[in-house]
Design a protein around this ligand. Structure first.
Ligand code: ADE
Length: 230
């Protein structure tokens, strides 16, 4: 069984509408939809926004559903000029840009006592996603790179530049690295798939509402293509 986490209703609604043999269960205020999608056993859930929700949600997927992998779909703000609105970023690794225990002598972004600053995504899922993207979304670019997550909607040039300078990431969002950390702790493979809805700068709020639907469409299309091949 594969776990699929989206942060928001729009992302999850589309996928759930296509599921068959659905059974739902609620835990921690989250509704888990278990069933088949493209003939594959999946459990799809809206985690809610932010790293705490995402971490709790991932742990429930592991404990209750014994998932063999977790895919996080959704949207993100671009951190690079060449990554345009509508494009897709696949995680190679994930970091938490708001983890700062430098006062304790740790590197910026390093999770204290874990010995890890970033979490590597699963190679097999990454390769499959890369392959499927060209077929599923031929009109956009796909990038493989680091995803930087934090409990913040990034909407200023200064913050964007700071994240880019310190973490060399391709996009920023609010859940991926928490899912990655939970996956790491539970030894479960994971992948983050994010479609770009904005440029994480001063125009982010406006662009986000305009391009959210299109971005969601791209990530959903990719996920469906991947499930077909799994
Ligand atoms: N999700 C989509 N756009 C984002 C942004 N600019 N910052 C954080 N999360 C996002």
């Amino acid at each position: 069984m594969l776990g699929i986490i989206g942060a928001m209703d729009v992302e999850v609604e589309k996928l759930c509408a296509m599921m068959e043999q659905v059974e739902t269960q609620t835990a921690a205020g989250m509704t888990f939809h278990q069933g088949t999608l493209q003939g594959k056993e999946v459990v799809i859930v809206r985690s809610g926004i932010g790293k705490v929700n995402a971490g709790i949600c991932s742990q429930i997927l592991v404990d209750r559903y014994h998932v063999e992998g977790i895919i996080n779909t959704g949207i993100a703000g671009s951190l690079r000029n060449e990554v345009n609105i509508g494009d897709i970023v696949l995680s190679t690794t994930a970091v938490q840009h708001d983890m700062d225990a430098t006062g304790f002598g740790y590197a910026l972004g390093e999770i204290p006592q874990l010995g890890a600053k970033e979490f590597k995504a699963d190679e097999t899922l990454l390769k499959l996603a890369e392959k499927c993207c060209q077929k599923a979304n031929p009109d956009i670019q796909t990038f493989c790179g680091r995803v930087a997550s934090g409990d913040q909607f990034v909407s200023s040039r200064d913050k964007k530049d700071w994240i880019r300078a310190n973490f060399d990431a391709y996009c920023t969002e609010m859940e991926g690295a928490a899912i990655a950390q939970a996956a790491y702790l539970n030894r479960v493979p994971y992948l983050i798939i994010r479609a770009i809805s904005d440029k994480a700068d001063d125009s982010a709020h406006m662009d986000y509402s305009e391009f959210e639907a299109k971005a969601v469409e791209h990530s959903v299309r990719l996920l469906l293509a991947m499930l077909k091949e799994l």
